[in-house]
Design a protein around this ligand. Structure first.
Ligand SMILES: Cc1cc2nc3c(=O)[nH]c(=O)nc-3n(C[C@H](O)[C@H](O)[C@H](O)COP(=O)(O)OP(=O)(O)OC[C@H]3O[C@@H](n4cnc5c(N)ncnc54)[C@H](O)[C@@H]3O)c2cc1C
Length: 412
């Protein structure tokens, strides 16, 4: 008998899961409510996403080879995007527009045989007999779909998780403006992406300026406790960027939630969660695109293997292999967010640490190539010494004055 899988959400995670299921010969339906407006996103991606998922690099707006990190007091760390083994070809951060990137993934899944339905999931029942989903199409008509299993790839507010009876995860909010700039002004970001730290732009995460082909995307992310101030944080970032973006035209304003930690379980009887729906966003960076794709691939591989008996016990093979490969990295990045962005003195320490060459290379190894190998112990020792010295300087020494208190120096 032909088995069929329903994927709710056909963004980066859902489309990757669909392509993987089709490669295993599984009948696949993607249900997606939004096919026009892009997913709000900074669109920064590691080379691993292109290499591992066979994605053409012509989808990239810009490749970035430098990062500028600016502390609350204006200390700068200029960081070359290079891992421990430098590679001229493979050392970069890709900047994409989600409308371009997601369309490619969705279309590829369709070309491989997945069916795309434009509609909104409004009810989901999962029981021993199978999966029954009710959806509403663009005209308001309602339909029912039947499947043997469901993958929830429906983002931070995941209706699939809700219908499975799971609690919502704590969520951060990120907002962004796309601002068109004349080439002379955009030249500042030709090959560089900026990260800004400071209470006024983000009390517990960071703010960014990411260049695209013809515009700059500037945004801020804040944790659940600071959501009410997020618009003011963005206004403060624009003030901090000052003349660099003056006269630019706002092309788009966008905002969305990001989950703050992974769910306890990622698989259930006949159901799996991937990407943001599963809480798989890296805390320190807010990186979620690669992780949605990777979890989509891993979940789909497991589901294809157990489609004859999609019990929670069998499908949790996905959850176990995810935890084995990435569990400790997620726990570390969660700790790093609290450690690095916890208060402004700590943000100064974080910026100073970003000047350390070993820290830079290890960070980019793990970001660009998802290579999680620990550093040699001598390197670890040297990094620990540098952190302690920086902590001492920033906590025992005088407080560095935040830029916002230096009115004249505020507009850099
Ligand atoms: C402002 C901002 C900036 C970010 N910047 C970056 C970045 O630079 N790099 C990075 O790696 N990550 C970034 N992220 C995180 C990244 O966008 C997400 O982690 C990633 O998109 C998750 O992919 P996903 O497939 O799990 O879910 P999503 O991309 O959220 O997709 C979920 C899909 O489900 C659909 N859906 C939802 N409900 C229903 C329903 N009822 N019926 C049918 N369909 C439904 C939605 O329309 C959507 O298409 C950013 C996030 C935000 C908010």
């Amino acid at each position: 008998m032909t088995r069929q899988v329903l994927i709710v959400g056909a963004s980066v995670g859902g489309a990757t899961a669909a392509t993987t299921l089709r490669a295993a010969g599984v009948e696949t339906i993607m249900l997606e409510r939004e096919l026009v407006r892009p997913k709000p996103c900074g669109g920064a991606l590691p080379p691993a996403a292109f290499n591992e998922f066979d994605i053409p690099t012509h989808l990239i707006d810009r490749t970035i080879h430098n990062c500028l990190i600016v502390s609350p007091s204006g200390q700068e760390a200029r960081v070359a995007v290079t891992g421990t083994v430098a590679s001229a070809e493979d050392d970069y951060v890709a900047m994409v527009r989600r409308e371009v990137f997601d369309s490619f993934l969705r279309q590829r899944a369709q070309e491989r045989g997945a069916t795309l339905i434009h509609g909104t999931l409004i009810k989901l029942q999962v029981n021993r007999a199978g999966v029954q989903a009710r959806y509403r199409d663009a005209k308001g008509d309602e339909y029912v779909l039947h499947a043997d299993a469901v993958i929830g790839a429906d983002g931070a507010y995941s209706p699939t998780a809700k219908f499975l009876g799971l609690k919502p995860l704590p969520r951060a909010i990120a907002i962004q403006e796309r601002i068109s700039l004349p080439p002379a002004k955009l030249a500042r970001w030709e090959d560089t992406a900026d990260l800004y730290l400071g209470r006024e732009v983000s009390p517990d995460l960071y703010a960014w300026a990411f260049p695209k082909r013809d515009h700059i995307a500037i945004g801020v992310g804040v944790g659940p406790k600071h959501i009410h101030d997020v618009k003011q944080n963005l206004a403060n970032l624009k003030r901090r960027l000052g003349s660099a973006i003056e006269g630019g035209e706002v092309l788009m304003r966008e905002a969305h939630a990001l989950p703050m930690h992974p769910r306890k379980h990622l698989a259930f009887d006949r159901a799996m969660l991937i990407g943001d729906a599963a809480g798989l966003v890296a805390n320190t960076s807010g990186e979620g695109i690669y992780w949605a794709m990777k979890s989509g691939e891993m979940a789909a591989q497991t589901l294809a293997e157990y489609l004859e008996a999609p019990t929670a016990q069998n499908l949790r093979a996905y959850e176990r292999s995810w935890r084995k490969r990435y569990g400790s990295m997620y726990a570390f990045l969660r700790w790093l967010q609290v450690w690095g962005y916890g208060n402004e003195r700590q943000m100064e320490v974080f910026t100073e640490m970003c000047r350390n060459l070993d820290v830079q290379r290890l960070t980019f190894d793990s970001y660009m190539h998802k290579n999680m190998a620990p550093a040699p112990w001598l390197t670890q020792l040297a990094m620990t010494r540098d952190i302690l010295v920086s902590q001492f300087r920033n906590y025992v020494g005088p407080r560095r004055t935040p830029l916002r208190e230096l009115a004249t120096a505020y507009s850099k």
